[in-house]
Write a protein that binds this ligand. Structure first.
Ligand code: ARG
Length: 577
C-alpha cells in the first residue's frame, strides 16, 4: 500500500505550486467530523506570510483540488480552514488495498539498526514490577522498530556483578562451609549442590542486611567479591551457578510475557573491558583523581541543574555502576554495528545515564553519529497510588502479580471453557497486564488496579482480546471468502475507514516518541467503533450480498489489523475466552 494520505498531500502541494507557492503540505484528521474527514490548516499562515486574503487563497486552491477523485466535497470554513470529505471510491480503494501484507503496509523509510537495552533483571534478586515495565516497554519498542523497518539487537543487561554477589556467596559459605567450592584445592569440578531460585530469594535479603549491620561481614563479602572478580575458581564456579539458577527463572517468566533477547550479557561481561577502557581514557587525559576516586567531570556550561562528575572507580577501589555502563558502550561499539542505543529503565536513573552518555561522547567512546537515548519510564504503583506492595508489605514480585491477575481472569472466563482454562487465563492475564502497562505515555506513573485492568468492558487488554476473538468467530461462521469492499452503507463504516487512514502515522509517531500509548488508544478506538457497527448491523443475516461481503471484508481487515497491532504490543490472543 502506498500511503494514501501522503499521496493526497503531494497532490495538494503540486496545486499550491501551480499557484506559485512552494509549501510542504500536511493534512490531519478533522476535529469536527461533521464538517469534513480531514482538514488542511496551512492556508492561514501561507496567506499571512504573503500578505494575501486567506479566504480568497483558500478558494483558489479549492478550485484546483475539488475535482480530485479522492474527494466528495472540499469547502472553506471560518478564516481559511479547508475541510476535506473523501469520496467513497477513494475509501473503498484504500480498504481493498489494505489487504496486502500488513508488514509491508506499515514499513516506513527508516533503515537503522537499534540496539535496545531492556529488562535489566538482577541476579539472585526477585524480579519485581519495575522490571516488568522495562521488559514490556522494551519488547514492544523492539517490535515497533522492526515494524517500521529497523533492525534490532537486544540485550537483557543482567545485573550480575558487584558487592551483593560477594554477600550472597558469603552467606552460602556460612551455611555450607564444607562445600567443595570453598576448598583450597577446588579447580572447577562439578559440585553436587542443589540451589533453587527460592533459596536465592530467601538468601539475598538476609545476606545483604547482615553485611550492612556488621562491618566485619561487609569486609569479608568485599574480599570475596574481590577474589570473585579475579576469578577465584570456587567463588567463580558458585557465582556461575547462582547466575544460571536466576537466569533460568527469569527466562521462564519472560517466556510467559513474550519477551526475548538476542544477547544475555551482563555487567560481569562489561567488567572485563574496564582495563582497556581505562587505558584509553587515560590516553585521552579524561580521568581525574579526587579523594582517591577516579572521576570524569561531565558538567556543561549550559547546565542549570547540579551535574556531579561521573565516578568511575570509587575511593575504595570498587568499580561503579557508571563504569560498567560506560564499558558496556565500549564493548558494544567494538562488537556490533548499530546507529542508536535505547535504554529502558525507571526514569529515576536519568542522571546516571546523562553522566554516562556525556562521558561516552566527550571521550569519543561513542562517536558523533551514535545516538544514545535514555527512555525512562514512570512507576507502576499499587491501587492506592503508593509503591506496589504485597499483602505483607514487601515489593511485589512479578511472578506473584502474574498469578494474581491470572486468577482474576480465570473468574471471567466462560464456564463452558473446560480445557486449558489455566493456560487461557494466563494468556489473557499477560494481555491485560501488558496493555495496562503500555497505555499511559511512557513517562507517566500509573496505579495498577487488577479489577479495572481485567474488566471485559473497559479500555483494557481483556476487552480487546474478547472483541478480536469475536471478530474471528464471526469470520469463521460466515465461511465466505471475502476480500472486496464494494459499498459503504453506514456512517459508522465510514468512520472506521477514516480512523484506519491515520494508522500509518500513528505508528510513525509512536516510534518517534518511543511510546506505545497512541497505538493502545488507537486499538481501543477502532475496536470500539467496530463493536458499535457490529451491534447495529446484522452481518451474517444480511441478504444484500454486496453489503454482506463488504461488511465481512471490513471485519477481516480490522481483525488482521488488530492482530498485527497486538503483536507489536507483545500480546498473544487465546483461542477463545
Ligand atoms: N539492573 C538495573 C536495575 O535493576 C537495570 C539495568 C539497566 N540497564 C543498564 N544498562 N544500566 O536497576
Amino acid at each position: 500500500m502506498n500511503y494514501k494520505i501522503n499521496e493526497i498531500e503531494n497532490k495538494i502541494k503540486e496545486s499550491l505550486n501551480s499557484l506559485g507557492f512552494n509549501e510542504e503540505v500536511t493534512i490531519n484528521p478533522s476535529n469536527r467530523p461533521e464538517l469534513g474527514d480531514y482538514q488542511y490548516n496551512g492556508i492561514m499562515p501561507l496567506a499571512k506570510k504573503n500578505k494575501l486574503n486567506p479566504v480568497e487563497l483558500a478558494n483558489k486552491l479549492i478550485n484546483l483540488i475539488k475535482d480530485f477523485p479522492e474527494f466528495k466535497e472540499v469547502k472553506v470554513a471560518g478564516p481559511g480552514f479547508i475541510n476535506l470529505k473523501f469520496s467513497d471510491e477513494f475509501l473503498l480503494d484504500f480498504m481493498n488495498k489494505s489487504h496486502a501484507d500488513l508488514t509491508i503496509n506499515y514499513k516506513q523509510d527508516i533503515n537503522k539498526t537499534i540496539f535496545l537495552d531492556y529488562g535489566g533483571p538482577n541476579v539472585a534478586k526477585v524480579l519485581h514490577v519495575g522490571h516488568l515495565r522495562s521488559a514490556n516497554i522494551g519488547e514492544a519498542l523492539k517490535r515497533l522498530c522492526q515494524a517500521v523497518g529497523c533492525k534490532t539487537i537486544c540485550d537483557v543487561h543482567l545485573g550480575d556483578w558487584g558487592r551483593p554477589m560477594g554477600m550472597v556467596i558469603l552467606e552460602i559459605k556460612t551455611r555450607f562451609p564444607d562445600l567443595a567450592y570453598f576448598k583450597e584445592d577446588y579447580h572447577g569440578e562439578e559440585v553436587d549442590f542443589n540451589l533453587t531460585n527460592e533459596d536465592l530469594l530467601e538468601l539475598y535479603p538476609i545476606a545483604t542486611s547482615k553485611a550492612k549491620e556488621d562491618e566485619k561481614i561487609m569486609t569479608e563479602a568485599r574480599n570475596i567479591n574481590y577474589e570473585l572478580q579475579n576469578k577465584h575458581p570456587g567463588y567463580y564456579a558458585l557465582w556461575q551457578k547462582i547466575v544460571q539458577v536466576s537466569v533460568d527463572e527469569v527466562k521462564r517468566l519472560y517466556h510467559d510475557l513474550n519477551v526475548s533477547f538476542d544477547l544475555w550479557e551482563g555487567e560481569s561481561d562489561n567488567f572485563y573491558y574496564i582495563p582497556e577502557m581505562l587505558d584509553y581514557l587515560y590516553g585521552k587525559n579524561m580521568i581525574l583523581e579526587s579523594d582517591n576516586a577516579k572521576i570524569i567531570p561531565v558538567k556543561e556550561e549550559t547546565d542549570n541543574k547540579e551535574m556531579p562528575p561521573l565516578i568511575l572507580i570509587k575511593s575504595n577501589g570498587a568499580v561503579s555502576y557508571e563504569a560498567t555502563d560506560l564499558a558496556a558502550i565500549w564493548e558494544r561499539v567494538h562488537k556490533y554495528k548499530f546507529d542508536e542505543i535505547w535504554y529502558l529503565t525507571d526514569k529515576r536513573q536519568e542522571l546516571h545515564f546523562t553522566q554516562v552518555f556525556r562521558a561516552a561522547k566527550k571521550s569519543g567512546i561513542a562517536n558523533d553519529k551514535l545516538k544514545l537515548i535514555f527512555n525512562g519510564f514512570g512507576t507502576m504503583n499499587g491501587p492506592d497510588g503508593k509503591p506496589f506492595k504485597t499483602r505483607d508489605g514487601g515489593v511485589m514480585p512479578l511472578a506473584e502479580l502474574l498469578d494474581n491477575v491470572t486468577t482474576e481472569c480465570e473468574k471471567r472466563l466462560m464456564p463452558s471453557i473446560t480445557e486449558k482454562r489455566e493456560e487461557i487465563a494466563r494468556t489473557i492475564a499477560v494481555g491485560a497486564i501488558k496493555y495496562a502497562d503500555l497505555l499511559p505515555f511512557r513517562t507517566t506513573d500509573y496505579n495498577f488496579d487488577i479489577e479495572k485492568f481485567t474488566d471485559l468492558n473497559g479500555k483494557t487488554g481483556t476487552y480487546l482480546l474478547y472483541s478480536t476473538i469475536r471478530m474471528k468467530s464471526l469470520l469463521n461462521k460466515a465461511e465466505d471468502n471475502c476480500d472486496q469492499m464494494t459499498t459503504i452503507s453506514t456512517d459508522i463504516e465510514r468512520n472506521i475507514i477514516i480512523t484506519m487512514l491515520d494508522l500509518k502515522r500513528i505508528i510513525k509517531r509512536s516510534y518517534e516518541n518511543y511510546s506505545l500509548n497512541e497505538i493502545c488508544e488507537y486499538l481501543y478506538k477502532i475496536t470500539n467503533l467496530y463493536n458499535n457497527f457490529y451491534s447495529e448491523n446484522k452481518v451474517l443475516s444480511e441478504e444484500n450480498s454486496l453489503k454482506r461481503t463488504s461488511w465481512l471484508t471490513l471485519t477481516k481487515i480490522i481483525y488482521e489489523n488488530n492482530l498485527y497491532l497486538l503483536n507489536i504490543l507483545g500480546i498473544n490472543i487465546p483461542e477463545k475466552m
